[in-house]
Ligand binder design. Structure first.
Ligand SMILES: [Zn+2]
Length: 245
């Protein structure tokens, strides 16, 4: 990325600043961790059409932060809800190319999170759509995420994962709407951890050579995702710590 585009991104960020707080998890407020799509198909280099093609700092940083949080939540036996993008091979998801086909490695949690498959406090949910809230509906109309919030009496959710401006944002927006509509009692706060989120990079200098392609500069789109989430009523934090009040 040239210094010109870095400057441009800084200018744009200054037009829509996102103030970020820090979060202290003391155990007083029952908090659940939501992991959005931290699967190989989005996070592991070379693992399919939507995986990074080369090591990516923002994505690997997001994975590291999420792993740390998941381990802490397990240690404390606090609830975790992990969404896994997972598609039937015959059902495409436009505008995206085939990705995270059910049963393949792409739709599995990244290696450092696979321990969650055996953790009693973790609920894993495969979803065949962008929005993890919609993807949590069962055929009978019940919703696994809603039930998870109610059963565990969760008052706040801490959301991390990928992509900040796509699956994370859509899930956050739906959760906020459901909360406002009274469907998620006792949930009060939807909190997005900025360093626990990432998005993919498809810079303008690449996209302009591909007909019909939509540019997606990583740093800017990550910021816009956080901005949109905050605009809908989520809290955005840049620091998470554990301790007593
Ligand atoms: Zn998908």
């Amino acid at each position: 990325m040239g210094s010109y585009s870095l400057q441009t991104i800084e200018l744009l960020k200054n037009e829509i600043p996102v103030e970020q707080d820090s979060l202290l998890l003391s155990g007083d407020v029952k908090t659940g961790l939501v992991l959005v799509d931290i699967v190989n198909g989005f996070c592991t280099v070379g693992s399919g059409n939507l995986a990074p093609q080369a090591p990516d700092k923002q994505i690997s940083g997001m994975v590291d932060e999420s792993v740390k949080l998941a381990k802490m939540f397990c240690e404390k036996k606090w609830p975790i809800y992990a969404l896994l993008d997972s598609h039937h091979p015959d059902i495409p998801e436009p505008p995206y190319p085939p990705h995270c086909i059910a049963g393949t490695d792409e739709s599995k949690l990244v290696p450092d999170l696979q321990f969650l498959e055996n953790e009693p406090n973790a609920t894993l949910r495969c979803k065949g759509c962008i929005d993890g809230f919609l993807g949590s509906f069962e055929k009978d109309g019940s919703n696994v995420f809603v039930d998870w919030v109610k059963t565990n009496e969760i008052k706040a959710i801490l959301v991390v994962g990928i992509c900040t401006d796509i699956c994370v944002l859509d899930f956050v927006c739906s959760a906020l709407s459901a909360r406002n509509r009274g469907l998620l009692t006792p949930l009060k706060d939807v909190i997005v951890y900025s360093h626990g989120c990432a998005t993919f990079d498809f810079p303008i200098h690449v996209s302009r050579n591909i007909k019909g392609a939509l540019a997606h500069p990583q740093e800017l789109m990550h910021h816009i995702g956080l901005y949109m989430a905050k605009g809908r009523g989520a809290k955005v934090v840049s620091e998470v710590s554990f301790g007593t009040e």
